[in-house]
Design a protein around this ligand. Structure first.
Ligand code: NCD
Ligand code: ZN
Length: 346
């Protein structure tokens, strides 16, 4: 019989953009309602590059957590060419910084302070390897000669293979993978090389960007890929391989910043995140593997205890609003105006 109700250990989100100030206050309740913890991305303006900044940002997030929620933000540092091994040692000792995020300079939203040449970070990677602090990779090259749809595969060839060879013990997460190449690389690597998968890359292919006219709300980075890649990602997510875990990459942008001549990258999914993953797993008859993907693999990878409480999902369609409030500005959430098949029971 088809499953219509599902209780799982409370999941965590291993890749989340919460922003700051009014937008933080507006979006955080969506994540806090679903997830126990989240790895919080450091790409603020200016970025979070020191432990002191991470601690202060953590306090601002905690102040915005709704009453009654035990949501815990797990902080990250933004890797720059000024990051030193001493920063890494301090981050590890802090207990509140759980990873360091690599953005290639200019690759995506607020990535201007990113790294231009990975070779400049060798001493830092050495220190991360020694301290067991994971490196989170936005795995795309920014070389304008490389086709935008090939940027992940080229990153793996040009950089990731060498990084694995030179730092064989470095813990890494290839974030928001979008291609078969990404899934294969992680499946073949040791257990301390993981990958996060977003709801949009499991549910949509690149046709979504162009169906019925240009849709800025289906634009994120790395950009959606063709259907064969989506299928490879869905196979990886539902394979039971503990290297693959949930990371929404939910990234709020005001409506006007998306619907613009230069629309920015990022899809907001926090309002329906676990429900959308349930749809994806249901689509291939693998709801039995949702809990491990959403609630176990990431915690195990980061060496954190699994959550102890549960959430319940019911197969009951509901309609996502056309627009949500992002703290005084409207935003357009994933599936706006359309139905989501699973409902989070309170
Ligand atoms: C993210 C954002 O808006 O901060 N956008 C996105 O398209 N994913 C940045 C990122 O993770 O690349
Ligand atoms: Zn992201």
């Amino acid at each position: 019989m088809a499953i219509t109700e599902l209780t799982l250990t409370r999941p965590d989100d291993w890749h989340l953009h919460l922003r700051d100030d009014a937008m933080l206050a507006a979006v955080l309740p969506d994540s806090a309602r679903r997830f126990g913890r989240a790895i919080v991305m450091p790409n603020l303006k200016p970025p979070i590059t020191t432990v002191a900044e991470a601690r202060a940002y953590r306090e601002r997030i905690l102040a915005a957590v709704p009453a009654g929620s035990a949501f815990e933000p797990l902080m990250t540092l933004y890797l720059t060419e000024a990051t030193t091994p001493a920063h890494i040692a301090e981050a590890k000792a802090s207990g509140c910084v759980h990873a360091v995020k690599y953005y290639p300079a200019g690759a995506t939203t607020n990535a201007d302070s990113g790294v231009t040449d990975l070779h400049r970070c060798r001493a830092v990677f050495e220190a991360m390897q020694k301290h067991g602090l994971p490196l989170l990779l936005h795995g795309e090259v920014v070389d304008p000669e490389v086709d935008v749809f090939d940027r992940e595969a080229v990153f793996i060839d040009r950089h990731l293979t060498g990084l694995r060879r030179d730092f064989p013990g470095l813990r890494m997460v290839l974030e928001h993978i979008t291609t078969r190449a990404g899934a294969d690389f992680v499946a073949e690597a040791p257990a301390y090389v993981g990958a996060t998968l977003t709801p949009q890359h499991l549910l949509l292919n690149r046709n979504a960007i162009f169906s019925g006219g240009l849709s800025p709300h289906a634009y994120c980075l790395p950009v959606l890929k063709r259907e064969s890649h989506r299928q490879a990602l869905l196979a990886a997510a539902t394979s039971g391989d503990p290297s693959f875990f949930l990371g929404t990459d939910s990234a709020p942008h005001p409506r006007h910043a998306k619907e613009s001549a230069c629309g920015c990258a990022g899809i907001y999914s926090a309002h329906a995140a676990i429900e959308l993953y349930a749809e994806a797993f249901d689509s291939v008859g693998r709801l039995d593997r949702l809990e491990a993907f959403a609630s176990f693999h990431g915690a195990d990878f980061y060496g954190l205890p699994r959550n102890r409480d549960t959430i319940t999902l019911r197969k009951q369609p509901w309609r996502v609003p056309e627009e949500v409030d992002f703290g005084g500005v409207p935003g357009v959430p994933m599936r706006a105006g359309d139905q989501v098949a699973w409902w989070l029971v309170d």
